[in-house]
Design a protein around this ligand. Sequence first.
Ligand code: HEM
Length: 454
Amino acid sequence: MRARAPGPRPHRMPGLLRLAVSDPIRSMYQTVSRYGDVVRLPLAPGRGIHLFCRPEHVEHVLVDREQRYGKAFTYRPLREWIGLGLITSDGELWETQRRLIQPLFSHRQVENLRPLMVAAVDRMLTEWDSRPDGTVVDATGVMSGLTLDIVGASLFGADLTGDRDSVYDAVETLQDAVTKVIKNPLTWVSPRAARRVSPGFRQWDRAKDTIDQVVARVIADRRAGRGHGRERPDLLDALLEARYEDGSAISPGQLRDEIVTFFMAGHETSATCLAWTLYLLSTAPEVRERLEEEVDSVLAGRPPTQEDTDKLVWTRAVLHEAMRLYPPVWTVERDAAADDEVGGWPVREGDTVIVPPYLVHRHPGVWESPEAFDPSRFLPDRAAGRHRHAFIPFGGGKRGCIGNAFAMIEVVLALVMVTQRYRLDLLPGFEPVPKVTVTLRPLHEMAMTLRRRD
Ligand code: HEM
């Protein structure tokens, strides 16, 4: 094992941290272009942050040695708002909750949710149909409304269509809040204190209240037996009816935290993926025409079933390529619970390890012309032989995304059904810029015109 990975000397850290705060992706790029794809940043005496950008490093940290790593301290600020749900918990609590929830997210179970997803996309398209051709929409906002509707209907049997705008604003506020708190060095000592001293925290608490009120209503409706066309038990039923080994039920606090977690994780990521996909398609007419041809020839106007999925090769390639360029979860971070060695470099207990999908997905040693939008790189003949951790939009290992199958059904369905009826074009002169918060959503509105295809 070598002594220590390359990286800046401690006196350069203040400048680097300033850049990391103002522009995290640029600072990561600069760091790896100067030091290579393994970098150690001296955070404090005896404590380092490691950046690993190669697929084999990802596999090592997230899969092969996952038991040596826990969620990084950087996830702690999230707990201030979403509590200790599946994303932010660790250890025994996480294992118990994951065991409880995992069966509901198997391929077979989420396939059962397809009709509810189709109905939600239909509701959005029917609303679009009532607007004049050429109407301008904010693609990020509409996709967020759609995926919130899907999560509400399919996981909680709830109609959340009336909550779209307030939840959208609240999620944006909370993402900004988490990002600001993470950037405050006090977070390393106490995220709660960092939250309290940050300007604007009252507004953040109001956003949390907005989410909490929606969640409380969803639970109260279910307890009162008010359903919304449910044919089989959903996530809310599973959580309410679950009994732990000692026979106890889930506590009200834990119930709230899990629901808020699924609320947030389940819609924001898929919405971001769809918004970037629509943007990229509007920049590449030949890619979009090929998508339209595939959708028209495979489905002839009907919504896709499970059996169609394998035939929608180009559709899936387009979505994968959009998630490669704009991974909704752009960074994945762990704290080492024990000493380790990654790619021949030492990692000490307590060090933080970053495996950023954004950089792994644009690694020039793995991807040809990594900055280009080229879905054909995901066609089976070109994808063959690529390292399986070169593409990690859903993370990997036991902490990988529980909603992976759910999300893929949802985004394929949404893209296909939109493509069957509409073309979306970016307003001329408008160039979206990624906003680096918890997710990689577009900084401003993604203003696009809706045009019917018929
Ligand atoms: C395109 C859509 C999505 C992307 C790109 C995505 C990405 C991710 C990633 C990268 C992680 C792992 C984070 C880490 O290792 O630190 C994760 C975890 C998680 N995701 Fe997703 N996700 C998506 C959709 C969904 C959906 C639809 C749901 C729920 C319905 C969901 C629920 C979760 C949960 C609960 C976790 C935490 C899992 C655990 O730690 O046990 N995600 N997601």
